[in-house]
Design a protein around this ligand. Structure first.
Ligand SMILES: *Cc1c(COP(=O)(O)O)cnc(C)c1O
Length: 495
């Protein structure tokens, strides 16, 4: 029996005169503060009037409509929805970490600055690059920072005609967006049928106007780009730099390092691989690493270790870096995300961090191989941490990737990433992560097979899914183009 008031807005629960609080009468005389006439309301705001328990139940019930990694399997490809250990949250929430102010004197923040410094070194070790800034607040923010480093490098050499960035057609949408925000021109590089970069196409686009090539590895199809050394050499030979989109570093952790592959600049999404919940809009962190010779272009403020310290060893430097980009945001970034990443890396240690990549790869390959007889696998062979199906194998049922994704909700799963990458019409991109047990994977595989059966025997059931969620299918286009965000509008438009 479900007596939850799902559909009701707080306004619809309102009864005139109901209150969730009362204030004691005051014995003091107040003179009302007069607002200028033109600023005053002409009628009272229509605010909901509810008792406290109704309010508490309303928002508690709404919160139950959320779905997170802690609710169930969340195979959203390219997003690395892995478990974020609770202990790391507790450490980040501890008062000595979360009550700091970034402008506080360095005498009182030596521990925090030491953490910043150590984490930067750990990331440098994991990636094979020389130095990191932890200041950027998201993956895209890291991309922009990295591209600004690259532009500053070229300009410092008087190489001002380098205004183009090469980006494979399989890239995440933030790559071309960041290049455009940085004022650079995007040149698309084609992919081959096996999903990797078409090196012959790349060769035709190289020249002395190339600032950089941005690559994701494994790419967004979950395929390892085997020709990186050759690509890096081609790009370097024409004077460009190699940028590594390390948002999905998970499968690489402790196994191979972008710095060793010939990349010059990269970013990492701490909120994907290093234990910060994401998907709700932040906070995140997109540290940027550079190879030796590019450190001077990194943003400020910087944390500098002083050798002569007796007890105090860290200083925060704001300026005095002639070639630095300057500040790219709020002080030293989102510190609580850095605390979680630091705790996560330390708790795994050098030995266990090496297991993350292989396990995430094993899990993805297991699901792929168990389902490829009923789902279309356009690029067969070994994948890394994720892979892409091109819809159901049997196209005669008319059941689409959207239908499969919606039907998964009925079975209590978050849907995989759908209709991305754009290389296929019916993309269904699955990333299980290393945390899931074989039982969970087997259950998911069972449900995916069941949906394929349903598509054959009862396609209407799948096409009209979901059947068990508070609302059915929303009109995505209408919701994006004409969102109704106030109650008043709802009344007026008679919806
Ligand atoms: C998630 C992701 C990004 C963007 O990261 P944000 O933190 O969302 O800005 C960039 N590239 C790839 C490959 C990603 O998966």
């Amino acid at each position: 029996m479900n007596n939850k008031l799902y559909g009701n807005l707080i306004f619809e629960l309102s009864k005139p005169g109901r209150k969730g609080y009362s204030l004691p009468k005051t014995d003091y005389q107040h003179t009302t503060c007069e607002l200028p006439q033109q600023l005053r309301r002409t009628e009272d705001a229509t605010l909901p009037e509810c008792d406290e328990l109704t309010v508490v139940r309303h928002y508690t019930n709404l919160s139950h409509n959320n779905f997170g990694v802690n609710d169930g399997f969340y195979p959203l490809g390219s997003c690395t929805m892995k478990y974020n250990p609770i202990i790391n949250e507790e450490l980040a929430a501890a008062t000595n970490a979360n009550k700091l102010h970034p402008a506080q004197s360095v005498h009182t923040t030596q521990g925090a600055l030491s953490l910043y410094n150590q984490l930067a070194k750990m990331l440098a070790n994991l990636t094979g690059l020389a130095e990191f800034t932890l200041n950027p607040c998201a993956g895209a923010h890291g991309e922009l920072t990295g591209l600004m480093v690259i532009r500053a490098y070229h300009q410092s050499r008087g190489d001002n005609q380098r205004v183009k960035v090469l980006i494979p057609d399989s890239a995440h949408g933030t790559n071309p967006a960041s290049a455009a925000v940085c004022g650079l021109e995007v040149i698309e590089v084609k992919s081959l049928a096996d999903g990797t970069v078409d090196v012959e196409d790349l060769k035709t686009k190289l020249g002395d106007d190339i600032a950089a090539m941005m690559m994701t590895n494994p790419n967004t199809l979950g395929i390892f780009e085997k020709r990186i050394p050759e690509i890096a050499q081609l790009v370097h030979n024409c004077g460009g730099l190699m940028y590594y989109d390390g948002a999905n570093l998970n499968p690489m952790l402790g196994v191979c390092r972008p710095g060793d592959m010939g990349f010059d600049v990269m970013h990492i999404n701490l909120h994907k691989t290093f234990s910060t919940p994401h998907g709700g809009g932040g906070p995140g962190a997109g540290p940027v690493g550079v190879r030796k010779g590019l450190e001077q272009f990194l943003p400020t403020p910087r944390i500098v270790e002083t050798k002569d310290g007796c007890g105090e060893c860290f200083e925060r430097h704001e300026g005095n870096y002639e070639q630095s980009l300057g500040s790219i945001g709020n002080y030293l970034g989102n510190f609580n995300v850095l605390v979680k990443a630091y705790a996560y890396i330390l708790s795994l240690g050098n030995e266990h961090i090496k297991e993350v990549g292989p396990l995430s790869t094993l899990n993805a390959n297991y699901i792929k191989d168990q389902l490829k007889d009923v789902y279309e696998l356009p690029i067969d062979g070994h994948c890394m941490h994720e892979f892409v199906f091109d819809g159901l194998k049997d196209k005669s049922t008319g059941v689409t990737t959207m239908d499969v994704a919606k039907r998964l909700l009925d079975y209590g799963y978050h849907a995989p990433t759908i209709y991305f990458p754009l290389l296929f019409h019916e993309s269904l991109m699955i990333e299980p992560t290393e945390n899931e047990s074989k039982d969970t994977l087997d259950q998911f595989i069972g449900v995916m097979r069941k949906i394929a059966e349903e598509a054959k025997n009862n396609p209407e059931l799948v096409k009209t899914a979901p059947h068990s969620t508070p609302i059915g299918r929303v009109d995505d286009v209408e919701a994006a183009k004409h969102p109704i965000t106030t109650y008043q509008q709802l009344i007026n438009s008679n919806i």
